[in-house]
Write a protein that binds this ligand. Structure first.
Ligand code: NDP
Length: 259
């Protein structure tokens, strides 16, 4: 995708499984890619790994819940490369617990990370996109943005909220050359899903393998989604090929949700 070459991209949550796949995919297109997350060590490890494959990746620690840190992140990227042109709001957290047992802290943290984090990044990075009359915001949602699941009320509420933010912001930016879209993955074959399976296996006495099979079976295709599949859609959303698409939320979930 020649149009993406040299573009300045930010992937929040770039040290996680999906974040790394997103960063590698944009780097492979010749983009200048900044990745951010809170833990510096794991972030730097991810950047080093990508740099070994020749990718121009820069690791900058940032907690997306802290507006000041997001501003510092923007300043640092601008010092090296310029204003971010493609923002991928990927940083996220998910903990499964019943509504009755959920602490207020878990509710607050989930909303602050998955929803307010994307809001903070939008506030900081959108103005330069509007000024340049070109920009892309890609929010990483989940099928939980469209349907409810038990035991993840905070996560579901945060992703439904992110869908609302995606749609409303798409309207406000539609005449400014900026598109705002969302990708809604199903269970991704990454560390997070395997960790969740380990936790569920402990709780239920089932094997990790059986839990992973259950996750896979929740999709008609009976499989987990590869992070690279999600990254392929992000590249398309960022490219000129889909310049006419905005305010959309596309599922990559093996057919699990058809809404
Ligand atoms: P991981 O837990 O592996 O990665 C999450 C990433 O977000 C890490 O880099 C983490 O780094 C970062 N992060 C968490 N909190 C913050 C914060 N406050 N500020 C900045 N960075 C933060 O998860 P995944 O890679 O699986 O998830 C990525 C996205 O994909 C999430 O939005 C998730 O909801 C979504 N998703 C995942 C699915 C799956 O099956 N895995 C399915 C559907 C959607 P650090 O902790 O160092 O900050």
């Amino acid at each position: 995708m020649a149009s993406l070459s040299e573009k300045i991209v930010l992937i929040t949550g770039g040290s996680g499984g999906l974040g790394r796949a997103l960063a590698s995919a944009f780097a492979a297109q010749g983009c200048r890619v900044a990745i951010s997350a809170r833990n510096r060590e794991s972030l730097q490890r991810s950047a080093d790994e990508m740099a070994r494959n020749g990718a121009p990746v820069r690791a900058i620690a940032c907690d997306v819940t802290q507006r000041k840190e997001v501003k510092n992140l923007a300043d640092e990227i601008a010092r090296h490369w310029g204003a971010v042109q493609i923002l991928v709001n990927n940083a996220g957290m998910a903990h499964a617990v019943s509504f009755a047992d959920m602490s207020d802290g878990l509710w607050d943290d989930t909303l602050a990370t998955n929803l307010t984090g994307s809001y903070n990044c939008g506030k900081i990075f959108l103005p330069a996109m509007v000024q340049a009359k070109w920009g892309r915001i890609i929010n990483i949602g989940s099928t939980t943005a469209k349907v409810g699941y038990s035991h993840v009320t905070a996560y579901t509420a945060s992703k439904h909220g992110l869908l609302g933010l995606t749609r409303a912001l798409a309207l406000e930016t539609a005449r400014h050359g900026v598109t705002v879209n969302m990708i809604c993955p199903g269970y991704i074959d990454d560390e997070r899903t395997h960790e969740n399976a380990r936790v569920m296996a402990q709780k239920t006495g089932k094997s990790v393998d059986d839990i992973l099979k259950l996750f896979a079976a929740s999709a008609p295709q009976n499989r987990l989604i590869k992070p690279e599949e999600v990254a392929s859609l992000a590249l398309l959303m960022a490219s000129e090929k889909l310049a006419g698409m905005t305010g959309q939320a596309i599922n990559v979930d093996g057919g699990a949700v058809m809404a």
